[in-house]
Structure formats: C-alpha cells, structure tokens
Design a protein around this ligand. Structure first.
Ligand code: ADP
Length: 546
C-alpha cells in the first residue's frame, strides 16, 4: 500500500507539473503573439505616415528593412514587396490580414506563407486611398518556445520529481506508520493523526461487540451440562468447555491428542474428521457418556468437527432398572401362577381329595389375591413413573386421612390382635390425596404385617415450627441398618419366605418412595435391629401445609 501511495503521489506531482508547464507555454505564446502584433501595428503606423509624405517611392529604399513589407492596391494587386518579386505574386485580396484591414482598417493573421514556405505573422492597415500596407515576419514558433522552455522545464521536472519522490515517501510513511502502530487491544489510546479517530472509534466498538459476543458464547458453552469440543480440520482445538476438558484433557489451541489418551474418543474424532458423523457410548472415569460428533465441510475433504459429550448414567441406570423390573415382574408373576396351575392340574386329574379341597381353594384364593395386589401395585408404580401433571394438589386433613387408613386396616390388625395407638395433631396439608392415602396405607399395612401378634402400633402426627412429622412405629421383626436403603427398591424383600406368607409384593415401599419424591417429602427408617421393631417417619415440609 505504501508503495502504491508513493507511486501515485509521484505520478500526480509529475502530471501536475507537465500540466502547469503546458498552460504556461500557451500563455507565453499568446502573450508573444500579441506583443509582436502590437509592434507591427506601430511600425505600420509609421509606414503610413511616411507613405503620406513620400508616396510609393518611399518604399523603394526599404529593401533591406527588417520586416517584409508588401503594398497592395485596392484591387488586390501587389504594388510593392521588399523581399519577393511583385510580378510573381498573385492577387492578395483573399489574404486574411488584407481582408481584415479592408473591413476594419487593421487585420492580422498567422498562417503559412506559400511564397516564403514558413509560418508568418502578418499585420495590415488600410490607408485612406484604399491601399493596404502589410508587414510580416516569421511567426514565433510554438515548438521553438517549447524547446526553449523544455531545457528549463527538464531541470525543473527532475528537481520536482525528486522532491515529490522524497516528500511522497515521507508523507506516505506518516500516513501508514500510525496505522501499523494501532494498538488493537485499546485502539482509542493509539497515537494517530486526527483523521483516523473515527476509524479507531469504529474499530473499538467492533472489538467490544466481538468481545461481548465471545464472552456470551463462552458463558453458554461453559455452562451447558454437556462437554463441548470444536476441532479444526488440522486437528487443532478451537474451543473446549471446562466439562469436556475435565473429561478428555483436550486443551484449547493445541493438537487435540496432546493430553488425551481416550482410544474410543480418538477413533470417533478421526472418523468425524473424514466427514463421518458418529454417535456412540463411551466410558470415561466409571461413567457412560454419549459422544456425538457433527462434521462440517470447510473445503474439499477438510472437515471441522463439533463434539458433544453427554453423561447418560441416569438413562443407563433407568434402562438397567427397566430390564431388572421386567425380569422381576416375570418372576413374581410366574410364582403364584405356577402354584395356581399346579393345583388346577391336580384338581383336573382328580388328585385332590375332598379333605384337601378347601385347603387348595384357600391357596388358589391367596395366590390370586397376591397376583391381583401385585398387579395393582405395578399399575400404581407405572402411573407414578408417568407424568403426574394431570393430578391436582388439594387441601385436606392429614389426621382424618390417617384415621380412615386405620379404619380400613382395622380388620387386618384385629386378626393379629394389634392395637393402633394414635396421637394425631390437627394438620391440614396440600397434596394428591389418593397418593398420600396409599403412602400412609402401605406403611401402616407393613407395620401390621411385620408386627408380632398382640403388639402395638403407634401413629404420631406432629407439627412444629420446622416441619410436619408423621411417625408409624411398630414392635415387630425390625430392620437391620444395612437394609434401610434396600427396602425401598422394587421387589426387594428382606425375608422372602416370610413375605410370601404375608402376601407382600415387594413394591409397597417403592410406591411410598415415589409418592414422597413427588410431594418433596422425606422418608426416614429407624430400627434398633432385628426383633426390635421399626419406625417410619414421613417428614413433610411446612410449605405443604394449608
Ligand atoms: P412387601 O410387599 O414385601 O411388604 P415392601 O416394599 O412394602 O414390600 O417392603 C419391602 C420389605 O421391607 C419387606 O419385604 C420387609 O422385608 C421390609 N419391611 C417393610 N416394612 C417393615 C416393617 N415395618 N418392619 C420390618 N420390615 C419391614
């Protein structure tokens, strides 16, 4: 750019100089012609006076006069010429200067002389008797002036060109150097000439906008839950968020494998760099991630790659649970059904004695009831697994609900001679009433199931400044501390044989857990150990009270 500026400034200066010289030459030439014409006019006036005194004879002595003198008669005939033989000269009426003199008294012209074979300056005046006196001399040639001036102009042009070259160089340096020295980190503070200030303000605004956009992008990429990496076609890392760095070791502005030793990751990226999109599970630090690459063609066979890493442990666990659940369901349903089919077969083959009929009938009834309650529990769980948004929260009295549960279980508890001792504060809460009923029912039902005969069950409902607490305490078989978490798993039963006799499905407490999570309640288990009874405490936050 600087060279261009130098060149153009130099050419411009030379051009300007040539232009000035040309104009100057024309002005000078016009001035010379005018001066010479005036000169000729004065001489003609003198010749007119001499002619008036002496007549034509006066001119006979002017053969060696500086200028050429021609006397032309009123009819155009040449009467005298001091340089050319008048007899060889044609009629001069058509000559421009003669015509001018005849019309206006004075005429002049510059034209080519056929007689003298050169450009000449002619001036003529008309006398009172109609005679025209004309004098002429070779015209000052424009070329001559140019040649004369060129000698001087050449020197001037060379000096001017040199000066222009030097000046344009220093001027262009003055223009360019401050631009080169602009501090892009803080352009406004750069030391530049005034005309550049608006440009610097624009650059500064542009940089600030870019910085804002950049930090926005950074903020977003840093705060998304996924790991994000962008790799250029030359395998350099353009961007990586913290999450992805912690997982893979990949660092920004470095070759992507500099600190990464994950074989599966490398394979996926290599494929993506060839334009193939990859979606695969990859294990990093005991967790499973879904690695998804998206290739972007930059030019022929060159691909940039966007990579996302999403933790799918939860999905994986859910999938595992679903598989286990299906296996458990099949197993749980199979057991009572096998028993029912077995009894039916015996009966079909007349292998059941009359005495055993009632016994087998009772077994079929029990197994079928167990099947039914298990299916009901499974349906409840699957409903809880689904979206519960359709279920409306309502305000109701929790103490009244507990009384209802106790009444509904009275027959069950009476069979075992169990007394339910209730100490219930007046508490009103907001929740899904049918689900809270199931929650209380399942815990109280368990307390009866796992209590020894003639025992007591204590139900306490309290409300203090922190929370509402519902405690259901029994004096039954108790729970070892190591089982506290397990009992909330689906189909988990501590003592399988005992459960069979109680008709439990192993789903009751999973339902309790689900309902509690849905309502943001806490459920705590306490037990001093086997045969020392168990206590379930449901903690309800005060916000749930109405
Ligand atoms: P189940 O239908 O077998 O009762 P639950 O999910 O309700 O299934 O309970 C899971 C297991 O937790 C039970 O099988 C039992 O071993 C244990 N359990 C639940 N409640 C009590 C309790 N009050 N006392 C002792 N053990 C209990």
């Amino acid at each position: 750019m600087q060279k261009k500026i130098n060149k153009y400034m130099f050419l411009l200066s030379v051009l300007a100089l040539i232009l000035v010289l040309t104009v100057f030459m024309f002005v000078t030439y016009t001035h010379f012609v005018k001066a010479e014409t005036n000169n000729q006019k004065i001489k003609l006036n003198l010749l007119e006076k001499s002619y008036a005194l002496n007549g034509l004879t006066y001119f006979d002595d002017l053969n060696s006069y500086d200028d050429r003198i021609t006397i032309i008669g009123s009819d155009g005939t040449v009467l005298f010429d001091n340089e050319v033989d008048k007899t060889e000269m044609d009629n001069h009426l058509t000559r421009a200067e003669v015509q001018g003199a005849n019309q206006n008294g004075f005429g002049s012209s510059i034209r080519f002389s056929n007689t003298k074979y050169e450009y000449r300056l002619y001036s003529a005046i008309k006398l009172s008797d109609g005679i025209v006196i004309r004098i002429s001399k070779p015209s000052i040639s424009l070329i001559r002036i140019v040649l004369e001036l060129l000698k001087a102009a050449f020197v001037i042009v060379v000096i001017a060109a040199l000066l222009a070259a030097i000046y344009s160089k220093s001027l262009s340096a003055k223009i360019i150097t401050p631009i080169n020295n602009i501090n892009l980190d803080d352009p406004i503070k750069s030391n530049v000439y005034e005309e550049l200030s608006p440009l610097l303000v624009k650059i500064d605004n542009q940089i600030k906008n870019l910085e804002i956009k950049n930090s926005e992008i950074k903020y977003i990429t840093e705060n998304v839950s996924d790991g994000i990496i962008i790799i250029s076609y030359d395998k350099m890392v353009l961007r990586v968020n913290k999450k992805a760095f912690l997982l893979t070791g990949v660092k920004e502005n470095e070759y992507y494998l500099n600190h990464c030793r994950l074989i599966d990751f490398k394979r996926a990226v290599e494929k993506a760099l060839l334009g193939e999109n990859v979606a695969q599970k990859i294990k990093i630090k005991d967790s499973i991630y879904m690695l998804i690459t998206s290739s972007v063609k930059i030019e022929n066979d060159k691909y940039g790659v966007f990579i996302s890493l999403r933790n799918i442990d939860e999905e994986e666990n859910r999938e595992k649970m679903r598989r286990e659940f299906t296996a458990n369901v099949s197993h749980e349903l199979k057991t009572p059904l096998t028993s029912i089919i077995g009894i039916s077969e015996l009966s079909l083959n007349d292998m059941v004695s009359v005495a055993d009929t009632t016994k087998f009938g009772v077994r079929i009834y029990k197994e079928s009831s167990r099947l039914l309650s298990m299916i009901e529990d499974m349906l409840k769980l699957s409903r809880l697994d689904e979206n519960n948004a359709s279920l409306e929260f309502e305000a109701f009295s929790l103490n009244e609900l507990i009384v209802d549960v106790s009444k509904d279980l009275a027959e069950h508890s009476a069979k075992k001679g169990i007394e339910i001792v209730q100490n219930l504060a007046d508490v009103s809460i907001k929740g899904i009433k049918t689900l809270i009923y199931d929650l209380v029912f399942n815990i109280v039902d368990n307390a009866i199931k796992y209590s020894r005969k003639q025992g007591n069950i204590y139900i306490n409902l309290t409300k203090n400044t922190d929370l509402i607490a519902l405690s259901i305490k029994d004096e039954g078989v108790g729970i070892a501390e190591s089982e506290f978490n397990n009992i909330f798993e689906r189909f988990y039963r501590i003592d399988k044989s005992h459960s069979k006799s109680t008709g439990g499905s192993g789903l009751g407490l999973s339902i309790v857990k689900h309902i509690a999570i849905l309502h943001h309640y806490g459920v705590e288990v306490k037990s001093d150990g086997v045969d020392k009874g168990a206590e379930f405490i449901v903690k309800i936050p005060l916000e749930a009270s109405s």
